[in-house]
Design a protein around this ligand. Structure first.
Ligand code: PRX
Length: 654
């Protein structure tokens, strides 16, 4: 591959040609830790060996007897091994000369700052682990975490890991009802929350929502409150405890629990094709191996890097690439509490300059927003410390890729477009930044040690063209199940083809050189601003409202969010379609799920287009939503419905 190197700005627009590729600059390639172009084939020759070597970079309390036990669809990795995730993220760095290295450089939205060294992190994690024990938390118990992006979120996760408790982090943007359902599903004993958090200058009333949730969570015995601000709240005697008081009173050292490699580390809820979110279960040894190895490999992480993953700890990206991967690798991580446009649209760039960030990992939806705000914002800052950029969460369109490459990366930083899922736990498909050429819009190839293919519906391998993404061999950070629902685990992921082949529910296209372009979900899951939302969740939230008879949620293309949520709703007898009702219904969805699920539009209609057998024709709704010429309506029960709907939609748009 010829070296493209830096090039003048005027040429950039010419580069948006379908098959244009970019090589990493010679300077980057020369300094990269992984420079072996044959690493994939070498790993493929003995995959178990490859992962055993990766596991060997972690500290184990007892070595494993067997690398992999694969009884499809159930895998066990590093069988018999004992390991502690918090030990690997704190203790070993303190012992290995990194005691004074910054583990977390944190900035709050109002501008307050904290730098926590590995020693500081170690100390706080130990103390909080003891505090949790004092509250009666034991190995295997579940602890729910509902916090803003503050260091205590990381401490809470690691403190649970230290004692073998299983955390379930609930994104702070989820509503009280969503929190309640997740707590009950996981059967959490303790809830860790905060008096509030800052977002775009407003206060997120987390404790207030937590109180509401806990009224209907009989499993919760204690609530721990981190004091983020000085926000008003109600403290319930005996049940509620201030975090800082617990820390003050806790003993300094808590021995790390020697967890079995297969002991669960966490449960993380994500949307699927039913109304009920799935609790994805990740275990310890394989997960830590996968995230540690990929953090180093994909981000070319070096001891001197300042690494910033902008994801919230409430999502899997925050778990794997803000907490467990980089901290196990001893990285210095930047963490930011608030919005990218607060108080101004250059908040990120000011922080990159201020902290000398070298690696930035963010989402296409953010990049598209930056693009819309204009290149003058990043131009105000010196971004020359950056050496590598990453993208995650949804396909990055070539225009956004080019903008990121030019205006943020100064045409010198490779971009890793990383495909993975909550279920995969770790990055699965991308380019290796020191060796692989990048193709805007295409994620790249499967990482070493993985077996990933594009298959057609019949399960035959597609070598060129479109199909469905399949993972054909187990991988260390793979989900081990759905909490409390092993049947759903099997049917959802392992029943599309043979029992040993994982169905990712992503459409994908493969090029002759093996590069994979992702085409979006093929199930009823939407990706709105990088957030995964199930259409069924929205629909069940709406039919729960007394006014609603039926609802059909669809995603339509959106310039910044990737997809926007539009819902067609039919009303029950006696309700009239009004603008007030429409906004009430939007609020209703926010109350049931959270602000991330607020529909862009709700179209109230007399009827929904259905086939004669009574199935809602979503394709038609999408055609209406995206203003396309209507598709084939011959199977429609009442063709008139479509015309009425189309009219209602267009009127609403005016
Ligand atoms: O459709 C894919 C999309 O996000 C889905 C997974 O969402 P979630 O479990 O919330 O995890 C997001 C962070 C890993 C996938 O099924 N997706 C994620 N990354 C990419 C992507 N689509 C295209 N390109 C990506 N880089």
């Amino acid at each position: 591959m010829p070296d493209m190197g830096p090039r003048p700005t005027e040429e950039i627009s010419d580069l948006l040609v379908e098959d244009r590729t970019f090589a990493p600059s010679p300077a980057f390639a020369k300094a990269a830790s992984m420079r072996d172009p044959d690493i994939r084939s070498k790993a493929a020759a003995d995959m178990e060996r490859f992962w055993a070597d990766a596991a060997g970079e972690l500290d184990w309390m007892r070595p494993w007897d067997k690398v992999l036990d694969w009884n499809p669809p159930n895998a066990r990795w590093f069988v018999g091994g004992r390991i502690n995730a918090s030990y690997n993220c704190c203790d070993r760095h303190v012992e290995n000369g990194m005691r004074n290295k910054a583990a977390i450089i944190w900035e709050g939205e109002p501008g307050d700052r904290r730098v926590i060294t590995y020693w500081g992190l170690y100390r706080e994690v130990n103390k909080f682990a003891n505090a949790l024990k004092d509250l009666g938390v034991k190995k295997g118990d579940r602890v729910a975490i509902y916090l803003p992006m503050i260091p205590e979120a990381v401490v809470s996760m690691l403190a649970c890991a230290r004692i073998g408790a299983v955390h379930t982090v609930v994104f702070g943007g989820f509503s009280a009802e969503a929190l309640r359902d997740r707590i009950n599903d996981a059967g959490a004993k303790v809830l860790i929350t905060a008096d509030g958090g800052y977002r775009r200058g407003q206060i997120l009333p987390l404790k207030h929502d937590a109180d509401y949730a806990v009224r209907e969570t009989p499993c919760i015995q204690h609530v721990v409150i981190v004091q983020r601000g000085n926000f008003p709240l109600r403290v319930v005697d005996k049940r509620d405890h201030w975090y800082h008081r617990l820390i003050q009173n806790a003993a300094n050292y808590c021995p790390p629990e020697p967890c079995d490699s297969e002991d669960p580390l966490y449960i993380l809820y994500t949307s699927g094709t039913t109304g009920k979110p799935k609790g994805i279960v990740h275990t310890t040894g394989g997960y830590m191996t996968g995230v540690h190895a990929t953090t180093k490999l994909v981000f070319d992480l070096k001891p001197t890097d300042v690494y910033w993953c902008t994801a919230d700890v409430g999502w899997v990206t925050g778990h794997s690439y803000l907490v467990y991967g980089p901290l196990a690798a001893g990285a210095t991580c930047v963490m930011y509490e608030g919005a990218p446009d607060w108080p101004d649209r250059d908040r990120f760039w000011g922080m990159v300059e201020e902290y000398g960030v070298t690696i930035l990992y963010t989402a296409p939806t953010a990049i598209r927003a930056f693009m819309k705000w204009g290149a003058d914002w990043p131009k105000k800052h010196d971004l020359s410390s950056l050496r590598l950029l990453g993208s995650v969460g949804e396909p990055i369109n070539p225009e956004a890729w080019m903008w990121y490459y030019e205006h943020i990366g100064g045409q010198r930083c490779p971009i890793v477009d990383t495909w993975w899922q909550t279920e995969t736990g770790m990055i699965m498909v991308t380019t290796l930044p020191g060796t692989d050429a990048m193709k805007p819009g295409a994620a790249g190839r499967p990482l070493p040690g993985l077996s990933i293919e594009v298959l057609n519906a019949a399960g035959e391998k597609v070598t060129i063209g479109g199909g469905l993404l399949a993972i054909t061999k187990p991988w260390p950070a793979m989900l081990r199940g759905i909490w409390g629902d092993s049947e759903r685990y099997r049917t959802q992921y392992w029943s599309k083809w043979d029992i040993g082949t994982y169905f990712a529910a992503d459409g994908a296209k493969v090029a002759p050189n093996g590069y994979i372009t992702f085409l979006g979900r093929v199930d009823d899951v939407l990706n709105v601003a990088g957030h995964r939302i199930g259409t069924m969740e929205i629909e069940s939230a709406l039919v729960d409202n007394p006014a609603v008879a039926e609802a059909a949620a669809i995603g339509i293309g959106h310039a910044i969010k990737g997809q926007a949520l539009v819902v067609f709703v039919t009303l029950k007898e006696g309700y009239r379609p009004t603008a007030t009702l429409e906004s009430e219904l939007k609020d209703h969805v926010v109350r049931k799920i959270g602000a991330i699920a607020r529909p862009e539009r709700i179209i109230l209609s007399a009827d929904l287009p259905k086939t004669r057998s009574g199935k809602i024709m979503r394709r038609l709704l999408r055609d209406i939503g995206e203003g396309r010429v209507l598709g084939d309506t011959t199977t429609l029960a009442d063709a008139e419905t479509v015309n009425h709907l189309k009219q209602a939609y267009e009127e609403g748009e005016e």
